[in-house]
Design a protein around this ligand. Sequence first.
Ligand code: FEO
Ligand code: CA
Ligand code: CA
Ligand code: CA
Length: 598
Amino acid sequence: TTGDGGAPRGTDFEAVAPNTEDAVVVPAGYEQAVVIRWGDAVLPDAPAFDFANQTGAAQAKQFGFNNDFAGLLPVEGTPNTYLLVVNHEYSTEPFMFTGYDAENPTPEQFAVGIASHGLSVVQVRGDGGRLVPEFGPNNRRITADTEFVVTGPAAGSDLLRTGADPTGTRVLGTLNNCSGGVTPWGTVLSGEENFNQYFANAESVTDERAAKRLSRYGIEGAASERKWERFDPRFDIAQEPNEPHRFGWVVEVDPWDPSSTPIKHTALGRFKHEAATIHVTDDGTVVAYSGDDERFDYMYKFVSSRKMDTGAGASAMRHNLTLLDAGTLYVAKLSGNSESEIDGSGTVPSDGAFDGTGEWLPILRTGEDGRGESLVDGMSAEEVAVFTRFAGDAVGATKMDRPEDFEPNPRTGKLYVALTNNTNRGADGKAAPDEANPRKNNKNGQVLELVDDHAGTSFTWNLLLVCGDPATADTYFGGFDKDAVSPISCPDNLAFDPHGNLWISTDGNALDSNDGLFSVVLDGPNRGETKQFLTVPKGAETCGPIVTEDRVIVCVQHPGELDDASADAPGSHWPDGGDSQPRPAVVVSWKPGATIGA
Ligand code: FEO
Ligand code: CA
Ligand code: CA
Ligand code: CA
């Protein structure tokens, strides 16, 4: 099916050209508006945002910093009204406070930093194309200080016990929540990603095994970047060696109950979870996919032994909140099928495709009683759960080019994985290019298409896109005419529109343009046709895309985050303009009188 202009349905818009504007640029004929920005009220008693006089208490009631994932859940029985659930990945203090002294942060700056993390739940109402925030009954801020309950095989483990929590089951806060997913049972999953950066004094650890564990997770050095260890000893490994084990999980939030305690699900393993996204098979089996966003790290899936309860009541929700607490965790191993050598140049192999087969290697089984069984020699179940990367190493999983979002196509069940980049691929002492990660010094990334035997252990795969400048030989756009596509670099977040097209947002564009959002046709003669729908302001990454019939929603994260910028000399004045401070914000775009891409 095609839109009026002949382009495949949902992708009929005039592509936005690469640019370095300090603005969100949308196609001709489209409108845009900010939905909510850093500091806007989430709770009714939030004070007005005052950039020069911030407090932790105010920030804990306001929209947090650096929005990444966004989910939009319709409020049943209230037309045109939704819960917008957003992750706040990290704080960037030099951009948040004028005159910030990185060597001497103040207690109030620490309090603001803690409160600027986590998630926001905000009711929004449609007003034409706009989405307007409201003070709904479910509005909520979750911060780096909100209590979470730990479930699964690592709950109560010695590895999770601290002075403040001798039970090893209650954690304060969530950190570095990157991407996520809305579950079919109405909750939101969020990935704790680069949690390593919050912990100080790893170098004081002398035990060799403990030091190796820290290092494998990138926890290194003396003082942390934000110096939070000066204000709360749990961020000091010399005082609380187990606190880092309490982060790096998939968390689940029930946005429909603002008094609910969010969950950290340890059966899904601990790594730099970009996100987690769910596919439910025809027989109700729940499968959660998750990438570990690090150069040369792995792709995982968790197959629940429990079936989803499709009822709508409280008892169905209670059951469904346990779906990720029993089942089997797997890590992916990929094999290419081409006989010609993968030489690192990105040249398509002689058989015409970067493709092959794969298997899911089981590493951890969690029983109905919540107990874990290790499937890896030499590791206990608790160790596989907490130090999952070592389990992947032990079984010989495939080292990928930074696995970011995994997204199941709701129409076909095929999976898509954004592999964002890996400039160390093929470097001395590092893994060589392979068919799924085919380029040395990979600056632009690729997108993997995977046909999975969801509840089973085998799959086939191919590269849908090998990203970059289409004018160069080392790129591939699903076989589509490279003269008729937009340049794309560093794919990060993935979403589907109602027509089955894939949408990709980017982070770190290596082609001298701002980051953006792209549509990609998957089926028919236009497979691989890639078009830029919008670009975000200077220094920002594009996150959290949601594409509905009527709206495109993106999170604009860290506008102005350029190398030489700071709050005193901002690299951007978006969204408020003039000489204002840049503020991360959620943006909606729409086409008056028409649907998206038609
Ligand atoms: Fe926070 Fe993997 O991006
Ligand atoms: Ca091949
Ligand atoms: Ca990301
Ligand atoms: Ca990223």
